[in-house]
Design a protein around this ligand. Structure first.
Ligand SMILES: [Zn+2]
Length: 144
């Protein structure tokens, strides 16, 4: 899956754009009503998730039922003298604010143990392009 995102998008928008079959699974007991479509899928029940970029766990904490599912790893790392990891909220982090390496594999984890590699393959500066277009438009209107 390849996604095109803007720096002004936040990490929850990236998360919501990622499609995974684990989110669509039906959870519960429905053998008594096999023909009835369930009201909820796993994505509705298990909303916790995180991205891991450059030593920072970005947790999705948008909903009251969200839990920090990175805390186990953070505490384990502390107790084993690994370099400290930090945590932040996914919904408060814009893509343009991330420190990352292009082409490096990062982690997206959701549904407790469904893990995906996230690789930023390209970063472009749209501001420079917009500035150039703006200057061209100004120049064009000046000559008319
Ligand atoms: Zn998944």
């Amino acid at each position: 899956m390849t996604l095109l995102m803007m720096g002004s998008h936040n990490l929850t928008e990236l998360r919501d754009a990622i499609c995974c079959i684990s989110d669509l699974q039906v959870c519960g007991e429905f053998s008594g009503t096999p023909d009835v479509a369930p009201d909820f899928i796993c994505k509705d029940h298990f909303k916790s998730a995180f991205f891991f970029f450059e030593g920072v766990f970005y947790n999705d904490m948008r909903f009251p039922e969200c839990r920090d599912i990175s805390v186990t790893t953070v505490e384990w790392a502390k107790s084993h003298n690994f370099p400290p990891f930090t945590q932040a909220k996914m919904e408060d982090t814009l893509l343009q604010d991330l420190r990352l390496k292009v082409g490096f594999p990062y982690l997206y984890c959701h549904q407790g143990d469904c893990e995906h590699l996230v690789i930023i393959t390209d970063v472009r500066s749209v501001l420079l392009f917009c500035h150039l277009v703006s200057r061209q438009e100004t120049s064009t209107s000046y000559h008319q």
